[in-house]
Write a protein that binds this ligand. Structure first.
Ligand code: XLS
Ligand code: MG
Length: 346
């Protein structure tokens, strides 16, 4: 059997957070970027994910020259640490310009702002030697059904993606769908929607997707199936592994925290499709529980990675031949128990 890829791991600066929620203030002091980078290295991760304003804080207040200068300084910092930038994502949901949406806002000035900022994000990615832009389309949806038009919104999103593709012939775009929150309904809620956009763009082979576990669960879908559907099309360019306990606020729990069997099945599809062998990273989009003390502020990241690696071992030691026999005999009762026993271990 061919050797399976070793995995490269990443997380973003926002994954070391301060514990604030809509009902209460932070519970941990903020940590500077260099501290986070140091922890990433210390924990044995290989790459960092960035929003444009993680790379260049306060980006809207800076001149294009200043933005480029700071991006170059960051690149040096990453080079010196032997780390890479996995993705860069335009944070289009924070600005007062995007209150009513970014690419799909009803205000043409807001749409222009969103596109300009996205093109600048592509420039930053190029400086960071990164060719993957992630689009979490947080505000591309509606609070009120009658306020927007789905067909027109789709055209706006395609137009925005086309401009990014034009701006840099090497850049690839991975859409990260989420069905709701902050919007009532998002225009690209699932992987099927995200991938249906690709052929509408001017370079479909450069448009793919990123599956986040919690987002698939919030859409009522199975994250492993979402991942394998995308991989069947050669379109899964990153994953945000985490966990989510049913249909409630976005929890970003540690990987495997809520449903170990669902986590096992995600690792299983990644393994059998040789995810990672084309340079894809395994990213954890996880957050600490609000109750976490500062001395444990990165444990959720270390734990997610460790659970992932344990599950890789579980996948590789699963008796596939025995499973196939049970499948041929339609004995799913025994197959079910076999999976449970395997996860429980000796
Ligand atoms: C949403 C994330 C978000 C994207 C990248 O799940 O936390 O930041 O992953 O933009
Ligand atoms: Mg995410």
């Amino acid at each position: 059997m061919a050797t399976k890829p070793d995995y490269r791991f990443s997380f973003g600066p926002w994954n070391i957070s301060e514990g604030a929620d809509p009902y209460g203030p932070p519970t941990r002091p903020p940590q500077p970027f260099d501290w986070k980078l140091g922890k990433l290295k210390e924990l044995g991760f290989d790459a960092m994910m960035f929003h444009d304003d993680d790379a260049v804080p306060d980006i809207d207040a800076k001149s294009p020259e200043q933005v480029r200068k700071e991006a170059k300084e960051l690149r040096k910092k990453l080079d010196d640490a032997g780390l890479i930038a996995e993705i860069v994502a335009p944070r289009l949901w924070f600005s007062p310009m995007t209150i009513d949406g970014a690419y799909t806002s009803n205000d043409p000035k807001a749409r222009r702002y969103a596109i300009d900022r996205s093109l600048q994000c592509v420039d930053i990615a190029r400086i960071l030697k990164c060719d993957l832009i992630v689009l979490w389309l947080a505000r591309e949806g509606t609070y009120l059904r009658e306020s927007k038009n789905c067909r027109r919104s789709l055209e706006y999103m395609v137009k925005a993606i086309d401009q990014m593709l034009d701006h840099d012939p090497k850049i690839r775009i991975a859409v990260e769908p989420k069905p709701n929150e902050p919007m009532d309904h998002a225009y690209l809620p699932t992987i099927g929607h995200a991938l249906a956009v690709a052929p509408l763009t001017r370079d479909p082979k450069r448009v793919g997707c990123l599956v986040e576990t919690a987002h698939a669960i919030l859409a009522g879908l199975d994250p492993a199936d979402e991942m394998e559907f995308a991989m069947a099309m050669g379109k899964l360019w990153s994953v945000h592994l985490n966990d989510q306990n049913g249909l409630k606020f976005d929890q970003d729990k540690p990987f495997g925290s809520n449903n170990l069997r669902q986590a096992f099945n995600q690792v299983r599809v990644l393994e059998r499709n040789r995810y990672g062998s084309r340079g894809e990273c395994v990213a954890f989009d996880v957050h600490s529980f609000r109750s976490t003390k500062i001395e444990h502020a990165v444990d959720h990241l270390a734990n997610s990675r460790s659970t992932f690696l344990r599950l890789v071992h579980k996948v590789r030691s699963f008796d596939e031949a025995a499973a196939q026999k049970l499948i041929a005999d339609r004995n799913y009762q025994a197959l079910d128990q076999m999976v449970i026993e395997h996860l429980l271990g000796k």
